[in-house]
Design a protein around this ligand. Structure first.
Ligand code: C5P
Length: 240
């Protein structure tokens, strides 16, 4: 299968984002040392972010790494805007927000003039139609994902987070202008864990993903550096 989209503006080695899903800055720093030059882009989520990880994010960005702050903001517009300004001042590259129009609009306006890009989470991948109905929505998951992707694009959001299975459909909806960032990546032979909708790195790239978020297959590997390098090789082959 040929890649749905070639995006030469992204350095191939920046397409792998390793999720630093660890409980402490010390554990994160030990892993960053082990990974060395094999990883250029790290994701910091709730677990590490609320345990000192935002100070680490600033240090990582200062040392030349790229940082994805995955804190999925959602609040009144003014509060979102001030939070986005603070994350931009860390030197982060990506920040997630939930795909509500007010939230996306405030985030996009607040990141203007910085190097920060806003990624929208359309519908959490743990939600199915019955979860949406229980939360008071009338739309099903696929219709809400599509509606929110269109709203995100219209509001100037820089990218979307999606499962790799949604990537090809989203690429058709939003075209080439938005970054698609996909977790749920499992190299052949690695444990699935709790992820249900998974793809290999090569298949996700072929489906149109720009960036692959990988946690446990690298973080829990016997040789994390070798695991990261194997994923780079697979990405490069998929893009060739
Ligand atoms: O260990 P694993 O590769 O499954 O980690 C995937 C990372 O992507 C985790 O940090 C997880 O929180 C995040 N993520 C996800 N699915 C989403 C959004 C984020 O797995 N829909």
């Amino acid at each position: 299968m040929q890649p749905a989209k070639i995006a030469p503006r992204i350095a191939p080695r920046d397409r792998l984002i390793v999720a630093l899903d660890v409980p402490s800055v010390a554990a994160a720093e030990a892993m960053i040392d082990r990974l060395g030059d094999s990883v250029t882009f790290y994701k910091i989520g709730y677990q590490l972010g609320y345990a000192g990880g935002l100070v680490l994010a600033k240090q990582l960005a200062g040392s030349g790494k790229k940082v994805f702050v995955d804190l999925k903001l959602h609040d009144i517009g003014n509060t979102v805007a001030r939070g986005v300004e603070s994350v931009a001042s860390l030197g982060a590259t990506f920040l997630t927000v939930h795909a509500y129009p007010q939230t996306m609009k405030a985030a996009v306006e607040a990141r203007a003039g910085s190097g920060l890009k806003i990624l929208a989470v359309t519908v959490l991948t743990s939600y199915d139609d019955s979860d949406l109905h229980a939360a008071g929505y009338r739309l099903n998951v696929s219709d809400l994902v599509e509606a929110r992707a269109r709203q995100a694009q219209a509001l100037g959001v820089d990218g979307l987070v999606s499962s790799p299975e949604e990537a090809a459909a989203l690429r058709k909806i939003v075209g080439d202008q938005m970054n698609l960032v996909t977790p749920g990546i499992r190299p052949a032979g690695s444990a699935t864990g709790d992820q249900k909708r998974i793809m290999t790195p090569a298949r996700a790239i072929a489906a149109g993903a720009d960036y692959l978020v990988v946690g446990r297959p690298v973080m829990e590997a016997a040789d994390p550096k070798a695991a990261a390098e194997a994923i780079h090789t697979e990405i490069a082959q998929a893009l060739a």
